[in-house]
Design a protein around this ligand. Structure first.
Ligand code: SF4
Length: 280
């Protein structure tokens, strides 16, 4: 394999150029086998695959023999992540995948776990679906102020326990480039710190790694791919989902982009140009 060293500025320029990719139509070029199923390759698939593998290699997200537990919420991003991780890799060594869905128990979602299981069965042979009451608990009277904190904490704890039970050393989440940008602003505006989600985060003294293979990919393209693949996604049933800080920041960025289309790119690039000498 030829390894080409590239400085950070050139790399981000290249990534940005590729981010400008637009899908005009789905040209299905090749068929490739993925177990029993046969997948059609589209230009969009190849583009996403290229940048997924690139993130895996750049950040050392997956190594030979890793056992990866993929968090699946039932939305477009997580189905796309699972689908891409299950497709044949060119540069990434062999690893195994287990999927996990934590049903949060929101009202109206009684059939969701069954629908998600239907999708998981098509993609992986090993999966865990756990039904919980984390959602209602996080929204109960005693926790009105910050449901997201308790919700994500309890969900994450359960995922860590399942990773341990399944012998997995990596947990993959479907956070993409826009999530990373929005998290930086959420932490800055509301958390009083300058931080975001890292593509590769080591926890428990390195026993476990949280990895984000979609880190280079834009949300819009992932959603487009999910549409192309026809995933059976379930609705977000969380009442806070419609009023969350994340939604506010997302809409804020949308409106800022109308004046300056480069705004997300600038924030992304700024994360690679931190100047501690010019901070307090
Ligand atoms: S938006 Fe809803 S589902 Fe998401 S972390 Fe907050 S409470 Fe949980």
């Amino acid at each position: 394999m030829q390894v080409i060293m590239m400085d950070e500025g050139a790399k981000h320029a290249l990534i940005e150029r590729d981010f400008s990719y637009k899908l005009t139509d789905s040209h299905h070029d090749n068929d490739i086998g993925t177990g029993a199923a046969v997948r059609k390759r589209s230009k969009l698939y190849l583009h996403l695959k290229k940048w997924l593998e690139r993130a895996i290699l750049d950040y050392g997200l997956i190594a030979e023999g890793d056992r990866v537990l993929v968090g699946v919420s039932g939305g477009t991003d997580s189905f796309a992540l699972l689908d891409l991780l299950r497709s044949p890799m060119i540069f990434v060594p062999k690893f195994s995948v287990t999927a996990v869905h934590i049903d949060l128990g929101f009202a109206g979602g009684e059939r969701d776990a069954g629908l998600i299981e239907g999708e998981l069965k098509k993609m992986v042979s090993d999966y865990v679906i756990e039904e919980t009451d984390i959602g209602p608990l996080a929204h109960s009277e005693f926790n009105r102020k910050n449901p997201c904190f308790l919700c994500s904490r309890l969900r994450r704890k359960r995922i860590f326990e399942i990773a341990e039970a399944k012998g997995c050393n990596r947990i993959a989440f479907a956070h993409h480039r826009d999530d990373i940008i929005e998290t930086l602003l959420i932490n800055l505006f509301y958390g009083r710190e300058i931080s975001t989600m890292k593509p590769n985060q080591s926890i428990f003294n390195g026993a476990l790694h949280i990895v984000r293979p979609l880190a280079y990919l834009r949300e819009g393209l992932i959603k487009k791919y999910a549409g192309e693949r026809g995933f059976n996604v379930v609705a977000n049933r969380c009442p806070t989902g419609k009023t969350s800080k994340r939604l506010y920041v997302k809409e804020l960025l949308h409106s800022l982009e109308k004046e300056n289309p480069q705004i997300r790119h600038n924030i992304w690039t700024a994360m690679h140009h931190v100047k501690p000498d010019y901070l307090l």
